[in-house]
Design a protein around this ligand. Structure first.
Ligand code: HEC
Length: 169
């Protein structure tokens, strides 16, 4: 009898644990979505197609790579502007590091941020259809940082649907 009760408790504790730590498919936990926009890191993004590299001067001193999902890549290839709903762009950033194996080579050091832009004109009518997310160690950064995204993208790339990166040949 005692054993039955004890194992019952273990089972329900596990069930509660599972419920708390996993969320339903396509519904990321609240702490994993960006403030203001509710953008999360898209699943499988690391295997998306490569659009272009970029490099940021010191003090950030970073190497970047911009990737896109199939809808975004298709838009780039056809020159479709504005980007259609469903387009997602992800920018990966790393500290710039001198190779220890071959001095003239620069290689990715520690990862710094993963940044995301999601096109959904119905969900984001006030930001030209784009939702933004910046993540460090998989967690979104604060509201203050997210308040900066729109101004810089809108201020500099009006003629390219607020997207800086062009497709590198
Ligand atoms: C001060 C200017 C500036 C701010 C602020 C800024 N970005 Fe960008 N962003 C850039 C530039 C420049 C690029 C082009 C790639 C590069 O140089 O790193 C870029 C590229 C991107 C890209 C790849 C698509 C593209 O437009 O090229 C994403 C995704 C992105 N930024 C997300 C964000 C998010 C999310 C925020 C806010 C948390 C943000 N950015 C804030 C300047 C900015």
């Amino acid at each position: 009898m005692k054993i039955a009760i004890a194992s019952g408790l273990v089972v329900s504790a596990l069930a509660v644990g599972a419920f708390v730590s996993y969320s339903w498919a396509d519904e990321p936990a609240a702490q994993d979505v960006s403030p203001i926009y509710g953008v999360s890191i898209p699943e499988g993004y690391r295997d998306w197609k490569f659009i272009a590299p970029a490099q940021e001067a010191p003090p950030l001193d970073e190497l970047r790579a911009v990737l896109g999902n199939d809808i975004a890549i298709d838009a780039y290839k056809k020159g479709t502007l504005p980007f259609p709903d469903g387009s997602i762009l992800v920018k990966l950033a790393y500290k710039r590091k001198q190779s220890t194996e071959f001095a003239p080579a620069t290689v990715p050091g520690a990862p710094t941020t993963v940044q995301v832009m999601v096109k959904d004109s119905k969900k984001y009518p006030d930001s030209h259809g784009w939702g933004f997310g910046r993540f460090v160690n998989g967690k979104p950064v604060d509201v203050k940082q997210h308040e900066t995204c729109l101004a810089c993208h809108v201020g500099n790339v009006v003629d390219h649907d607020y997207v800086f990166t062009r497709y590198a040949p």
